[in-house]
Ligand binder design. Structure first.
Ligand code: GLU
Length: 283
């Protein structure tokens, strides 16, 4: 099968040097496989995403020398390459998950979850493990015809090991119900969750390998459960190590001084940004 990779930035701020390196790696893997690279804007977090950041991301990555052959700026066979324009498709996928009997409507608030929580959650993954005592009985929500103004969660198979091979990090295993719990597939604000949208689009766009930051490695276990429930073949995985700042902290979009824009304004070249050590960049 021909290689199809993708870049999938979320436009909540300007891209930083960490994104630059992960995306450059994704582009390199696509190039080395003689494959296709897709660009997809993941703007479902409508409260935080901005069109100007979406446009800036495309501009910054072009300036860095990255090229893609499908995307919002160049079109392609899977248009639109912007998630906020793909809601009918995500609703179809919700229908399939609903028909599979794996999801349920959830009216529990964050407070309800916190009140019940005994297991701590890791810093890497902000989502607390959903307490099983808050689950409704099997079959709850079966009569629904559409998601409506409800959160919907995927019922994970408690105790099952989810394993996969990562091209960079090696073999991985996570236990459902222990490392992660019932996760959101639909939000009551009318949008799919990240997990649903990314699986739906990677499948629709024929992606054969997902290259992204290691902060999403646990999400891969959740996404594998979605692939299975939907009867779809999953792609291969490659999670790039995260870049830390000089204080050992993960770079955030708000990390000042390390956005591609700012480095470029300060005279850094694409090669310097992609290869310099953090110390050289963080003067
Ligand atoms: N849109 C996500 C982000 O910017 C990445 C999603 C993915 O690569 O699966 O963090």
């Amino acid at each position: 099968m021909a290689y199809r990779g993708r870049l999938a930035p979320t436009p909540t701020g300007h891209l930083h040097v960490g994104h630059a390196r992960t995306f450059a790696l994704a582009a390199q893997r696509a190039r080395e496989a003689n494959g296709i690279l897709i660009y997809r804007t993941e703007d479902l977090d409508t409260g935080r995403c901005r069109p100007e950041f979406a446009a800036a991301a495309i501009e910054d990555l072009h300036w860095l020398g990255l090229k893609w052959s499908e995307g919002p700026d160049v079109g392609g066979p899977h248009t639109p390459y912007v998630q906020s324009l793909r809601l009918p498709w995500f609703r179809d996928v919700w229908q399939c998950l609903h028909a599979s009997g794996n999801i349920y409507p959830c009216d529990k608030s964050r407070k309800d979850v916190e009140r019940c929580l005994s297991a701590p959650h890791t810093e890497d993954d902000a989502e607390p493990i959903f307490p099983t005592e808050l689950r409704p009985s099997v079959g709850a929500g079966r009569e629904a015809r559409e998601p409506g103004a409800m959160n919907w969660r995927f019922r994970v198979p408690d105790g099952e090991s989810i394993s996969f091979h990562d091209a960079i990090q090696g073999p991985q295993t996570f236990i459902a119900g222990k490392d992660f719990g019932d996760f959101l597939v639909w939000r009551k604000d009318g949008f799919p969750s990240y997990e649903l949208a990314v699986v739906a689009d990677d499948h629709a766009m024929g992606v054969t390998e997902v290259v992204r930051g290691a902060d999403l490695i646990l999400s891969t276990a959740r996404q594998l459960l979605l692939y299975r429930a939907l009867g779809w073949t999953s792609p291969a995985w490659a999670h790039a190590p995260l870049i830390l700042d000089n204080n050992g902290k993960r770079l955030a979009k708000r990390t000042s001084g390390l956005s591609i824009r700012e480095l470029r304004k300060n005279g850094y070249t694409p090669t310097e940004i992609l290869s310099a050590s953090m110390e050289n960049l963080q003067k």
